[in-house]
Structure formats: C-alpha cells, structure tokens
Design a protein around this ligand. Structure first.
Ligand code: ATP
Length: 238
C-alpha cells in the first residue's frame, strides 16, 4: 500500500553538521505518529524536511506515492502537507477568526472552515473575536493548530505542541485536540511529554542524535525501551 507521507533514508543538516541521519518513516491516513527524543535529536529538522521547509542532503520524501522532495513548503502545503511550527507565530494584531482565515489562503477543497475548526477545537468558540495578543499560550497553540487545519491538509505536522505551557493548559489543549485526532488526517507529532505522547500516538519513532533508533506502538514498547532510546543508554534494535 502507498503511504500517505513517507520519508526514505533522509539525511539533513546545517552546513557541515548533521541533524538527521538516514531516517525512514511513513504515516498513514488516520494515524498519529509521534517523534520522541531529547533536545537536539533532530525531530524539528525532520518535520521541516517533511514540510518542504528544509532541503535534505540525501533521501526522498513521497506524498501519496509522488516524489515531492524538490517541492517547496508553500507548494507542499497546497498539496496537503501542513506544518504547525514550534512557537505558534500568530498575527498579534488580528483576531482569532482573522488568524484562522489566514490559513484558508491557499483554499484546498475540504471540510475545514471556521465553523468546523471550532467544532473540533471547542476552546476557540468564545475567542473568535478576541485579539491574538490577548490569548494565553494554550489558546494561541489551539489557534495555530486551527489555522493549520484551515488549509485542509491531509498531513498535519505538529512541532512541540505543549512547549512552554502549564500542565493544566496542556490538559485542556489535548482534550480539545481529541476532535482532531479522530478526523482521518495523518499526523506527525513532536511532543516532549512522554506520557501524553503514549496516550495519543498510534505509533512512536524514537530519535537519538539524528538516528531513528526505535519504532513501535505504545503497547508493543516498554517504558524502559523508550527511555533507553531517548537517553541513549543503549541503541535498541528494530
Ligand atoms: P529540540 O527539541 O531542541 O527542538 P530537536 O530534536 O527538534 O530538538 P533539531 O531542532 O532538529 O532537534 O536540532 C537538531 C540539531 O541541529 C541540533 O544539534 C541543533 O543544534 C541543530 N540545529 C537546529 N537548527 C539549526 C540551525 N538553524 N542552524 C544550525 N544548527 C541547527
């Protein structure tokens, strides 16, 4: 079966330094694939390669079987791959509704509109007319994800969803995200919080120093295997 989005032996870096080494992974429609690993493991770089925002030095990216390695981020977004980057990056002077509508700019056909985004992320409902600068971090993150959904993606790449948020806010955000997980998208999630990752992911890929060192489902992997891969006590075999 052709994967929705597949990375094949991706190597990428910055100048002479390698951030990602020969990583292969695939995400299917309706699947949440989580990338876990310590700071600097290469997760954000890999997401940016998947989104077309960073050019790999080797390897290929396929979208629905088509080679999109040389397709840039704006065009890849039109073809259904959306990156929600770390740090949220909203337009502070615009309202929540206006920020969501920015995401509709490329207008792929699909089910997402301001109304369906609010259905999926109910915490946005009462905030639509509020200025983005007045929102809490968790609310801003929900808007950033909603803006991504407005592009009608097939694949959503979520970087550091809970970065800098208080635990109670993360709980609220994840409760709200339940309406997104079930929506038939392929999702690649980078999340520091391992417990939360295990709760929502269908499959996990652990990265260590640029390499994918362990892959499996939350039920097939032991906590010990994951923490070993995470901290590099030993490199687990596939
Ligand atoms: P974090 O959780 O800290 O974001 P990560 O797993 O997402 O970590 P990356 O951000 O992909 O990892 O970083 C991988 C490596 O690439 C690190 O050594 C990092 O210092 C380096 N790196 C990341 N961005 C740049 C950049 N713009 N220029 C140079 N080196 C970079």
């Amino acid at each position: 079966m052709t994967a929705l989005l597949a990375a094949e032996s991706i190597t990428a870096g910055y100048g002479d330094s390698r951030a990602v080494s020969e990583v292969s992974l695939a995400v299917e429609r309706g699947e949440v694939l989580a990338l876990v690993g310590a700071n600097g493991a290469g997760k954000s770089t890999l997401l940016r390669v998947l989104a077309g925002a960073h050019r790999p030095t080797a390897g290929r990216v396929h979208l629905r079987g088509e080679d999109v390695t040389d397709v840039r981020d704006f065009e890849r977004s039109r073809r259904g791959v959306c990156l929600v980057p770390e740090g949220r990056r909203l337009f502070a002077s615009l309202t929540v509704r206006e920020n969501l509508e920015v995401g509709a700019g490329s207008r792929r056909a699909g089910r997402w509109s301001v109304d369906t985004v609010v259905e999926a992320l109910p915490i946005l409902g009462p905030l639509l007319d509020r200025n983005a600068s007045q929102l809490s971090g968790g609310q801003q993150q929900a808007v950033a994800i909603g803006r991504g959904l407005m592009t009608n993606p097939d694949v959503l790449l979520l970087d550091e969803v809970s970065l800098g948020l208080a635990p109670i806010v993360i709980d609220e955000l994840y409760a709200s995200l339940a309406g997104v997980w079930g929506g038939g998208l392929g999702i690649v999630l980078v999340e520091q919080d391992l417990e939360r990752t295990l709760a929502v992911a269908d499959r996990i890929v652990c990265m260590l120093e640029g390499h994918a060192v362990l892959e499996g489902t939350p039920t097939s992997l032991t906590r010990e295997q994951i923490t070993d891969a995470y901290f590099g006590h030993e490199v687990a075999s596939w």
